[in-house]
Design a protein around this ligand. Structure first.
Ligand SMILES: Cc1cc2nc3c(=O)[nH]c(=O)nc-3n(C[C@H](O)[C@H](O)[C@H](O)COP(=O)(O)OP(=O)(O)OC[C@H]3O[C@@H](n4cnc5c(N)ncnc54)[C@H](O)[C@@H]3O)c2cc1C
Length: 266
């Protein structure tokens, strides 16, 4: 039998967490495990309405851990993230699936986290400590503890961000891979390029070869070719029921190039 414990604050929930407990976000993955009879016996949930808040302040927008994909789609300040949220599951999933849950979703899920990684989001822990880089969290997410919120930069130029999800079943199939690119520009040159892949490893990962090829350059076809050629440098994509490692390697650069061309056209 599974017991569900409800707390009013994340701090209380954090104190109640233990090896045999699982935090319940929107439950799209956790409840599937419960229904399949796997996973833990204790579910811990929190009712604090702050977890559903989206708040802009200065250069950042703070998304509470419990903000759902549907909430993202309903928020004007997050228009640059709408193309990402829209591609996560169907309407029922989007009504429940949370931002924090996506950070912990196992391969091949994590499309939203891929976008957050490209944007250089920061993750706010529920107890103690300051916000940390999302990349750090993804590297060691089994020990991340409870998450209170995610902070994303408020984009000055939404055209600097692009997202593409490659799946066999359109529009809501599971990712063969997803790509998120953030290319801020100064005087036409790319400064601070970030490229992230989803479903190309155990967690969303940065494509550092492609980033190097883009950094300091203008957006043009020669640069796109170089970025595409370096797309999978240092990555070891998995083989699963959706695609083989070989296929993922073959198509990653092709889709990155297409995304960059779309971004150039605006
Ligand atoms: C039919 C279907 C289609 C889907 N399609 C996609 C898709 O296209 N793309 C995609 O990326 N995902 C997809 N998913 C996976 C999933 O819905 C999303 O990844 C979702 O964002 C997970 O969020 P959740 O709140 O439902 O997580 P939950 O199921 O509640 O939790 C998932 C994990 O995150 C942990 N967690 C949740 N909140 C916190 C927190 N605040 N702090 C610490 N840990 C936390 C939980 O303990 C658990 O380990 C799909 C799922 C289904 C069932």
């Amino acid at each position: 039998m599974t017991a569900v414990e409800t707390y009013t604050t994340l701090a209380d929930a954090a104190r109640a967490m233990s090896r045999d407990a699982t935090y319940l976000g929107g439950g799209t993955l956790v409840m599937r495990e419960v229904n399949e009879g796997v996973g833990t016996q204790r579910l811990v949930r929190v009712t604090d309405p702050a977890l559903r808040e989206i708040r802009g302040s200065g250069d950042t927008v703070r998304l509470g851990a419990g903000v759902t994909m549907a909430d993202v789609l309903n928020h004007r300040d997050l228009a640059f993230l709408h193309p990402v949220a829209r591609l996560i599951g169907g309407p029922q999933v989007r009504n429940m699936a949370t931002v924090a849950g996506n950070l912990f979703a196992a391969h091949p899920y994590g499309d939203f986290a891929t976008a957050l990684l490209a944007l250089g989001a920061r993750v706010v822990p529920a107890v103690q400590g300051s916000a940390r880089d999302i990349e750090e969290l993804l590297r060691d997410r089994d020990r991340a503890g409870l998450i209170a919120a995610v902070e994303v930069p408020r984009l000055r130029d939404a055209r600097a961000f692009g997202f593409r999800k490659v799946s066999r079943v359109k529009p809501k199939g599971v990712s063969v891979l997803s790509i998120a690119v953030h290319l801020p520009r100064e005087s036409g040159r790319i400064r601070g390029a970030r490229v992230a892949f989803g479903a190309m490893g155990p967690t969303p990962l940065r494509a550092t070869g492609a980033e190097r090829a883009l950094e300091g350059q203008m957006l043009d076809t020669t640069v796109f070719d170089r970025a595409a050629a370096a797309a999978t440098e240092g990555l070891a994509p998995p083989t699963d029921e959706i695609a083989t490692e070989w296929y993922r390697r073959e198509v990653a650069g092709v889709h990155l190039r297409r995304l960059l061309s779309e971004m150039e056209r605006g």
